[in-house]
Write a protein that binds this ligand. Structure first.
Ligand SMILES: Cc1cc2nc3c(=O)[nH]c(=O)nc-3n(C[C@H](O)[C@H](O)[C@H](O)COP(=O)(O)OP(=O)(O)OC[C@H]3O[C@@H](n4cnc5c(N)ncnc54)[C@H](O)[C@@H]3O)c2cc1C
Length: 382
Protein backbone atom coordinates (compact mmCIF):
# COMPACT_ATOMS: atom_id res chain seq x y z
CA UNK A 1 0.00 0.00 0.00
CA UNK A 2 1.14 3.52 -0.77
CA UNK A 3 2.29 5.58 2.19
CA UNK A 4 0.74 9.04 2.19
CA UNK A 5 2.74 10.64 4.99
CA UNK A 6 5.68 12.09 3.13
CA UNK A 7 6.10 15.10 0.84
CA UNK A 8 8.89 16.03 -1.56
CA UNK A 9 10.98 17.73 1.15
CA UNK A 10 10.87 14.53 3.19
CA UNK A 11 12.06 12.49 0.20
CA UNK A 12 15.01 14.82 -0.26
CA UNK A 13 15.81 14.59 3.43
CA UNK A 14 15.59 10.79 3.27
CA UNK A 15 18.13 10.73 0.40
CA UNK A 16 20.54 12.93 2.30
CA UNK A 17 20.23 10.98 5.56
CA UNK A 18 20.58 7.67 3.70
CA UNK A 19 23.84 8.98 2.24
CA UNK A 20 25.02 10.03 5.73
CA UNK A 21 24.21 6.59 7.16
CA UNK A 22 26.04 4.80 4.35
CA UNK A 23 29.09 7.05 4.58
CA UNK A 24 29.40 7.74 8.31
CA UNK A 25 27.82 4.72 10.02
CA UNK A 26 27.99 1.59 7.90
CA UNK A 27 31.80 1.46 7.52
CA UNK A 28 32.40 1.86 11.29
CA UNK A 29 29.53 -0.23 12.59
CA UNK A 30 31.44 -3.44 13.28
CA UNK A 31 33.99 -1.53 15.37
CA UNK A 32 31.28 0.30 17.33
CA UNK A 33 29.59 -3.01 18.06
CA UNK A 34 32.87 -4.20 19.60
CA UNK A 35 33.34 -0.93 21.52
CA UNK A 36 29.77 -0.95 22.85
CA UNK A 37 29.18 2.61 21.68
CA UNK A 38 29.51 4.84 18.62
CA UNK A 39 32.43 7.24 18.19
CA UNK A 40 31.92 10.72 19.58
CA UNK A 41 32.77 12.32 16.27
CA UNK A 42 29.67 10.72 14.71
CA UNK A 43 27.67 13.13 16.84
CA UNK A 44 29.71 16.11 15.65
CA UNK A 45 29.29 15.07 12.02
CA UNK A 46 25.54 14.60 12.52
CA UNK A 47 25.40 18.05 14.11
CA UNK A 48 27.36 19.67 11.27
CA UNK A 49 24.99 18.19 8.71
CA UNK A 50 21.84 19.28 10.51
CA UNK A 51 20.65 15.88 11.77
CA UNK A 52 20.44 16.91 15.43
CA UNK A 53 17.76 19.14 16.89
CA UNK A 54 15.79 19.60 13.68
CA UNK A 55 12.86 20.77 15.81
CA UNK A 56 14.93 23.33 17.74
CA UNK A 57 14.40 26.97 16.70
CA UNK A 58 17.09 28.31 14.35
CA UNK A 59 18.25 30.98 16.81
CA UNK A 60 19.11 28.14 19.23
CA UNK A 61 21.11 26.16 16.67
CA UNK A 62 18.44 23.90 15.16
CA UNK A 63 16.58 23.83 11.86
CA UNK A 64 13.34 25.23 13.27
CA UNK A 65 11.23 22.47 11.71
CA UNK A 66 8.73 20.92 14.11
CA UNK A 67 7.82 17.88 12.00
CA UNK A 68 8.04 14.39 13.50
CA UNK A 69 8.32 12.87 10.03
CA UNK A 70 12.02 13.81 9.91
CA UNK A 71 12.58 11.69 13.02
CA UNK A 72 10.60 8.86 11.45
CA UNK A 73 12.83 8.97 8.38
CA UNK A 74 15.98 8.84 10.50
CA UNK A 75 14.73 5.81 12.44
CA UNK A 76 13.68 4.06 9.23
CA UNK A 77 16.98 4.66 7.48
CA UNK A 78 19.19 3.22 10.24
CA UNK A 79 16.95 0.14 10.33
CA UNK A 80 17.11 -0.19 6.55
CA UNK A 81 20.92 -0.11 6.63
CA UNK A 82 20.98 -2.65 9.50
CA UNK A 83 22.81 -0.20 11.80
CA UNK A 84 19.88 0.50 14.13
CA UNK A 85 21.93 0.49 17.29
CA UNK A 86 24.16 3.28 15.95
CA UNK A 87 21.13 5.51 15.53
CA UNK A 88 19.25 4.68 18.74
CA UNK A 89 21.17 7.11 20.93
CA UNK A 90 20.60 9.96 18.50
CA UNK A 91 16.92 9.11 18.28
CA UNK A 92 16.67 9.37 22.05
CA UNK A 93 18.58 12.67 22.04
CA UNK A 94 16.46 14.19 19.24
CA UNK A 95 13.04 12.82 20.09
CA UNK A 96 13.04 12.41 23.82
CA UNK A 97 15.52 14.64 25.59
CA UNK A 98 15.39 17.70 23.32
CA UNK A 99 11.56 17.85 23.53
CA UNK A 100 11.80 17.88 27.36
CA UNK A 101 14.10 20.90 27.22
CA UNK A 102 12.04 22.61 24.53
CA UNK A 103 8.82 22.06 26.46
CA UNK A 104 9.88 22.55 30.06
CA UNK A 105 13.17 24.49 29.84
CA UNK A 106 13.10 28.20 30.75
CA UNK A 107 14.54 31.16 28.85
CA UNK A 108 17.90 30.84 30.59
CA UNK A 109 18.20 27.06 30.15
CA UNK A 110 17.37 26.72 26.45
CA UNK A 111 20.28 28.84 25.14
CA UNK A 112 22.56 27.18 27.71
CA UNK A 113 22.06 23.65 26.39
CA UNK A 114 20.23 23.50 23.06
CA UNK A 115 22.95 24.94 20.76
CA UNK A 116 25.42 22.30 21.99
CA UNK A 117 22.80 19.59 21.65
CA UNK A 118 22.26 20.62 18.02
CA UNK A 119 25.99 20.74 17.20
CA UNK A 120 26.64 17.33 18.78
CA UNK A 121 28.95 18.77 21.44
CA UNK A 122 26.40 17.96 24.14
CA UNK A 123 25.18 14.36 24.09
CA UNK A 124 22.14 13.74 26.26
CA UNK A 125 20.45 10.95 28.18
CA UNK A 126 17.34 10.45 30.26
CA UNK A 127 17.77 8.54 33.50
CA UNK A 128 14.61 7.08 35.00
CA UNK A 129 15.42 3.44 35.68
CA UNK A 130 17.24 2.36 38.86
CA UNK A 131 18.62 -1.01 39.95
CA UNK A 132 15.52 -1.57 42.11
CA UNK A 133 12.84 -0.03 39.95
CA UNK A 134 11.93 0.31 36.30
CA UNK A 135 8.24 -0.13 35.52
CA UNK A 136 7.22 1.38 38.85
CA UNK A 137 8.57 4.84 38.17
CA UNK A 138 6.97 6.33 41.27
CA UNK A 139 9.28 4.14 43.39
CA UNK A 140 12.54 5.78 42.27
CA UNK A 141 14.92 6.32 45.18
CA UNK A 142 17.38 8.89 43.87
CA UNK A 143 16.99 11.90 46.10
CA UNK A 144 17.63 15.60 45.51
CA UNK A 145 17.64 17.49 48.77
CA UNK A 146 17.45 21.28 48.51
CA UNK A 147 20.32 23.07 50.30
CA UNK A 148 20.26 26.79 49.56
CA UNK A 149 21.00 27.39 45.89
CA UNK A 150 21.66 23.75 45.01
CA UNK A 151 20.26 20.23 45.38
CA UNK A 152 22.36 17.45 46.88
CA UNK A 153 21.75 14.40 44.69
CA UNK A 154 22.33 10.79 45.75
CA UNK A 155 21.33 7.62 43.93
CA UNK A 156 22.01 5.22 41.09
CA UNK A 157 20.57 4.73 37.63
CA UNK A 158 20.93 1.75 35.33
CA UNK A 159 20.32 0.74 31.68
CA UNK A 160 20.80 4.35 30.59
CA UNK A 161 21.05 4.85 26.83
CA UNK A 162 23.95 7.23 26.00
CA UNK A 163 24.99 6.67 29.60
CA UNK A 164 28.70 6.56 28.90
CA UNK A 165 28.97 9.38 26.36
CA UNK A 166 26.35 11.72 27.79
CA UNK A 167 27.25 15.25 28.87
CA UNK A 168 23.76 16.15 30.05
CA UNK A 169 21.40 13.83 31.87
CA UNK A 170 17.74 14.51 32.58
CA UNK A 171 17.59 12.70 35.90
CA UNK A 172 14.36 11.60 37.53
CA UNK A 173 14.78 12.43 41.22
CA UNK A 174 12.67 12.67 44.34
CA UNK A 175 12.73 16.20 45.71
CA UNK A 176 10.08 15.20 48.25
CA UNK A 177 10.14 11.42 48.88
CA UNK A 178 7.19 11.61 51.29
CA UNK A 179 4.87 12.62 48.43
CA UNK A 180 5.44 9.53 46.23
CA UNK A 181 4.96 10.33 42.54
CA UNK A 182 4.02 13.90 43.45
CA UNK A 183 7.52 14.34 44.86
CA UNK A 184 9.27 13.58 41.56
CA UNK A 185 11.20 16.28 39.72
CA UNK A 186 13.46 16.43 36.67
CA UNK A 187 16.96 17.71 37.27
CA UNK A 188 19.69 18.25 34.69
CA UNK A 189 22.97 16.72 35.85
CA UNK A 190 26.03 17.58 33.79
CA UNK A 191 29.35 15.94 32.99
CA UNK A 192 32.07 17.18 35.31
CA UNK A 193 29.87 17.81 38.34
CA UNK A 194 31.71 16.43 41.34
CA UNK A 195 30.29 13.10 42.49
CA UNK A 196 28.68 12.27 39.11
CA UNK A 197 30.33 8.97 38.10
CA UNK A 198 29.78 6.40 35.37
CA UNK A 199 29.31 2.79 36.37
CA UNK A 200 29.71 -0.14 33.98
CA UNK A 201 29.12 0.00 30.26
CA UNK A 202 26.63 -2.87 30.17
CA UNK A 203 27.12 -5.89 27.92
CA UNK A 204 23.82 -6.52 26.17
CA UNK A 205 22.26 -9.37 24.18
CA UNK A 206 21.82 -7.10 21.15
CA UNK A 207 21.93 -3.41 20.16
CA UNK A 208 25.67 -3.76 20.56
CA UNK A 209 26.67 -0.31 19.27
CA UNK A 210 24.20 1.45 21.56
CA UNK A 211 25.85 2.83 24.67
CA UNK A 212 23.96 1.55 27.73
CA UNK A 213 25.50 2.30 31.10
CA UNK A 214 25.08 2.78 34.82
CA UNK A 215 25.20 6.24 36.40
CA UNK A 216 26.12 6.97 40.01
CA UNK A 217 25.36 10.17 41.89
CA UNK A 218 27.26 10.65 45.15
CA UNK A 219 26.61 13.95 46.89
CA UNK A 220 26.40 15.76 43.57
CA UNK A 221 25.71 19.46 44.05
CA UNK A 222 23.33 20.45 41.28
CA UNK A 223 22.40 24.15 41.01
CA UNK A 224 18.72 24.90 41.49
CA UNK A 225 18.91 26.59 38.08
CA UNK A 226 19.18 23.05 36.57
CA UNK A 227 15.66 22.12 37.67
CA UNK A 228 13.54 21.42 34.57
CA UNK A 229 10.08 22.91 34.93
CA UNK A 230 8.53 22.94 38.37
CA UNK A 231 9.44 20.95 41.45
CA UNK A 232 7.08 17.99 41.99
CA UNK A 233 5.80 17.99 38.40
CA UNK A 234 8.32 15.49 36.99
CA UNK A 235 5.99 12.49 36.95
CA UNK A 236 3.35 14.40 34.99
CA UNK A 237 5.94 15.71 32.52
CA UNK A 238 7.14 12.14 31.95
CA UNK A 239 3.61 10.84 31.40
CA UNK A 240 2.95 13.54 28.81
CA UNK A 241 6.12 12.78 26.80
CA UNK A 242 6.06 9.00 26.99
CA UNK A 243 3.51 8.59 24.17
CA UNK A 244 6.08 9.92 21.74
CA UNK A 245 8.78 7.61 23.11
CA UNK A 246 6.46 4.64 22.63
CA UNK A 247 5.61 5.62 19.10
CA UNK A 248 9.35 5.88 18.39
CA UNK A 249 9.70 2.23 19.37
CA UNK A 250 6.80 1.27 17.10
CA UNK A 251 8.31 3.19 14.20
CA UNK A 252 11.61 1.36 14.72
CA UNK A 253 9.78 -1.96 15.00
CA UNK A 254 7.96 -1.53 11.71
CA UNK A 255 11.13 -0.46 9.91
CA UNK A 256 12.94 -3.48 11.34
CA UNK A 257 10.11 -5.79 10.18
CA UNK A 258 10.23 -4.41 6.66
CA UNK A 259 13.99 -4.75 6.49
CA UNK A 260 13.94 -8.30 7.85
CA UNK A 261 11.32 -9.33 5.30
CA UNK A 262 13.22 -7.75 2.42
CA UNK A 263 16.49 -9.47 3.41
CA UNK A 264 14.69 -12.78 3.81
CA UNK A 265 12.78 -12.53 0.58
CA UNK A 266 16.05 -12.02 -1.31
CA UNK A 267 17.58 -14.95 0.51
CA UNK A 268 14.61 -17.19 -0.29
CA UNK A 269 14.93 -16.37 -3.98
CA UNK A 270 18.63 -17.21 -4.07
CA UNK A 271 19.06 -20.18 -1.77
CA UNK A 272 18.14 -23.51 -3.27
CA UNK A 273 17.26 -26.89 -1.74
CA UNK A 274 16.02 -30.00 -3.49
CA UNK A 275 16.80 -28.27 -6.77
CA UNK A 276 14.59 -25.22 -6.32
CA UNK A 277 14.61 -21.85 -4.52
CA UNK A 278 13.56 -22.30 -0.88
CA UNK A 279 11.02 -19.51 -1.37
CA UNK A 280 9.07 -21.71 -3.74
CA UNK A 281 8.16 -24.26 -1.05
CA UNK A 282 4.59 -23.70 -0.03
CA UNK A 283 5.52 -23.30 3.63
CA UNK A 284 8.03 -20.54 2.79
CA UNK A 285 5.55 -18.78 0.51
CA UNK A 286 2.86 -18.91 3.19
CA UNK A 287 5.21 -17.62 5.89
CA UNK A 288 6.34 -14.79 3.63
CA UNK A 289 2.74 -14.02 2.70
CA UNK A 290 1.65 -13.97 6.34
CA UNK A 291 4.52 -11.69 7.30
CA UNK A 292 3.86 -9.36 4.38
CA UNK A 293 0.20 -9.09 5.39
CA UNK A 294 0.85 -8.41 9.06
CA UNK A 295 3.59 -5.90 8.25
CA UNK A 296 1.22 -4.00 5.95
CA UNK A 297 -1.39 -3.92 8.72
CA UNK A 298 1.18 -2.70 11.23
CA UNK A 299 2.47 -0.11 8.77
CA UNK A 300 -0.97 1.40 8.19
CA UNK A 301 -1.69 1.59 11.93
CA UNK A 302 1.73 3.06 12.73
CA UNK A 303 1.51 5.66 9.97
CA UNK A 304 -1.91 6.63 11.29
CA UNK A 305 -0.37 7.06 14.77
CA UNK A 306 2.36 9.24 13.26
CA UNK A 307 -0.34 11.34 11.64
CA UNK A 308 -2.15 11.65 14.97
CA UNK A 309 1.08 12.71 16.68
CA UNK A 310 1.54 15.38 13.99
CA UNK A 311 -2.06 16.58 14.61
CA UNK A 312 -1.52 16.52 18.38
CA UNK A 313 -4.24 13.92 18.92
CA UNK A 314 -2.22 10.77 19.69
CA UNK A 315 -3.37 9.43 23.05
CA UNK A 316 -1.13 7.46 25.46
CA UNK A 317 -3.45 4.45 24.96
CA UNK A 318 -3.09 4.44 21.18
CA UNK A 319 0.69 4.87 21.47
CA UNK A 320 0.71 1.94 23.91
CA UNK A 321 -1.24 -0.20 21.41
CA UNK A 322 1.26 0.63 18.68
CA UNK A 323 4.20 -0.15 20.95
CA UNK A 324 3.11 -3.57 22.15
CA UNK A 325 1.61 -4.82 18.91
CA UNK A 326 4.41 -3.78 16.57
CA UNK A 327 7.18 -5.01 18.86
CA UNK A 328 5.48 -8.38 19.31
CA UNK A 329 5.14 -8.52 15.53
CA UNK A 330 8.83 -7.66 15.14
CA UNK A 331 9.85 -10.52 17.43
CA UNK A 332 7.69 -12.99 15.49
CA UNK A 333 8.87 -11.72 12.12
CA UNK A 334 12.60 -11.86 12.88
CA UNK A 335 12.16 -15.32 14.37
CA UNK A 336 10.44 -16.58 11.20
CA UNK A 337 13.07 -14.88 9.07
CA UNK A 338 15.89 -16.61 10.98
CA UNK A 339 14.09 -19.93 10.42
CA UNK A 340 13.87 -19.28 6.68
CA UNK A 341 17.63 -18.60 6.62
CA UNK A 342 18.35 -22.04 8.10
CA UNK A 343 21.79 -22.31 9.77
CA UNK A 344 22.97 -19.05 8.20
CA UNK A 345 20.30 -17.26 10.20
CA UNK A 346 22.16 -18.22 13.34
CA UNK A 347 25.46 -16.72 12.15
CA UNK A 348 26.21 -13.22 13.36
CA UNK A 349 27.80 -12.28 10.03
CA UNK A 350 24.26 -12.39 8.62
CA UNK A 351 22.22 -9.23 9.33
CA UNK A 352 19.13 -11.31 10.13
CA UNK A 353 20.92 -12.88 13.12
CA UNK A 354 21.75 -9.45 14.53
CA UNK A 355 18.20 -8.28 13.81
CA UNK A 356 16.99 -11.21 15.90
CA UNK A 357 19.15 -10.18 18.86
CA UNK A 358 18.30 -6.50 18.51
CA UNK A 359 14.57 -7.21 18.46
CA UNK A 360 14.38 -8.86 21.87
CA UNK A 361 14.55 -5.69 23.91
CA UNK A 362 11.78 -3.93 22.04
CA UNK A 363 9.03 -5.37 24.21
CA UNK A 364 11.00 -4.51 27.36
CA UNK A 365 12.19 -0.91 27.22
CA UNK A 366 10.21 2.34 26.94
CA UNK A 367 7.67 0.64 29.22
CA UNK A 368 7.28 -3.13 28.99
CA UNK A 369 4.52 -4.54 26.80
CA UNK A 370 2.72 -5.68 29.96
CA UNK A 371 2.67 -2.08 31.17
CA UNK A 372 1.35 -1.02 27.74
CA UNK A 373 -1.56 -3.43 28.19
CA UNK A 374 -2.16 -2.06 31.70
CA UNK A 375 -2.44 1.45 30.23
CA UNK A 376 -4.89 0.30 27.57
CA UNK A 377 -6.83 -1.88 30.02
CA UNK A 378 -7.21 0.94 32.53
CA UNK A 379 -8.60 3.19 29.81
CA UNK A 380 -11.33 0.59 29.27
CA UNK A 381 -12.41 1.05 32.86
CA UNK A 382 -11.29 -2.42 33.98
C1 LIG B 1 18.75 -1.58 26.13
C2 LIG B 1 17.98 -0.81 27.15
C3 LIG B 1 17.98 0.57 27.11
C4 LIG B 1 17.30 1.29 28.08
N1 LIG B 1 17.37 2.67 28.08
C5 LIG B 1 16.86 3.36 29.12
C6 LIG B 1 17.07 4.78 29.25
O1 LIG B 1 17.68 5.41 28.38
N2 LIG B 1 16.59 5.40 30.33
C7 LIG B 1 15.90 4.73 31.31
O2 LIG B 1 15.50 5.37 32.27
N3 LIG B 1 15.67 3.42 31.23
C8 LIG B 1 16.15 2.71 30.16
N4 LIG B 1 15.94 1.36 30.08
C9 LIG B 1 15.20 0.68 31.13
C10 LIG B 1 13.84 0.17 30.70
O3 LIG B 1 12.96 1.22 30.44
C11 LIG B 1 13.37 -0.78 31.80
O4 LIG B 1 14.19 -1.94 31.74
C12 LIG B 1 11.90 -1.16 31.67
O5 LIG B 1 11.09 -0.04 31.92
C13 LIG B 1 11.51 -2.30 32.61
O6 LIG B 1 11.92 -2.05 33.91
P1 LIG B 1 12.72 -3.18 34.74
O7 LIG B 1 13.85 -3.60 33.87
O8 LIG B 1 13.05 -2.63 36.07
O9 LIG B 1 11.72 -4.38 34.86
P2 LIG B 1 10.62 -4.59 36.02
O10 LIG B 1 9.84 -3.34 36.20
O11 LIG B 1 11.30 -5.18 37.20
O12 LIG B 1 9.69 -5.68 35.35
C14 LIG B 1 9.99 -7.08 35.35
C15 LIG B 1 8.81 -7.84 34.74
O13 LIG B 1 7.63 -7.60 35.56
C16 LIG B 1 6.59 -7.12 34.75
N5 LIG B 1 5.78 -6.13 35.47
C17 LIG B 1 6.20 -5.10 36.24
N6 LIG B 1 5.13 -4.41 36.70
C18 LIG B 1 4.03 -5.01 36.20
C19 LIG B 1 2.62 -4.77 36.29
N7 LIG B 1 2.12 -3.75 36.98
N8 LIG B 1 1.78 -5.60 35.62
C20 LIG B 1 2.25 -6.64 34.89
N9 LIG B 1 3.57 -6.91 34.77
C21 LIG B 1 4.45 -6.11 35.41
C22 LIG B 1 7.28 -6.42 33.57
O14 LIG B 1 6.42 -6.27 32.45
C23 LIG B 1 8.45 -7.36 33.33
O15 LIG B 1 8.03 -8.42 32.54
C24 LIG B 1 16.57 0.61 29.09
C25 LIG B 1 16.57 -0.77 29.11
C26 LIG B 1 17.27 -1.49 28.17
C27 LIG B 1 17.27 -2.98 28.25
Amino acid sequence: MQRTLFLEEHRLFRDSYRHFVEKEMVPHYAQWEKDGHVARDLWLKAGQQGFLGINVPEELGGSGIDDYRYSVIMMEEVARACVGSAGGGMGLHNDIVIPYILTYGNAEQKPRWLPGMCSGEIISAIAMTEPDTGSDLAAVRTTAVREGDHYLVNGQKTFITNGLLSDLVVAVVKTNPALGHKGISLLIIERGMEGFKRGRLLEKVGLKAQDTAELIFEDVQVPVSNLLGEEGQGFYYLMRQLARERLNVAVGAMAACETALEITLNYCKQRTAFGKPIGSFQNSRFKLAEMKTEIEIGRVFTDRCIDELLQGTLTPETAAMAKWWTTDLQKRVVDECVQLHGGYGYMLEYPIARAYLDARVQSIYAGTNEIMKEIIGRSLGV
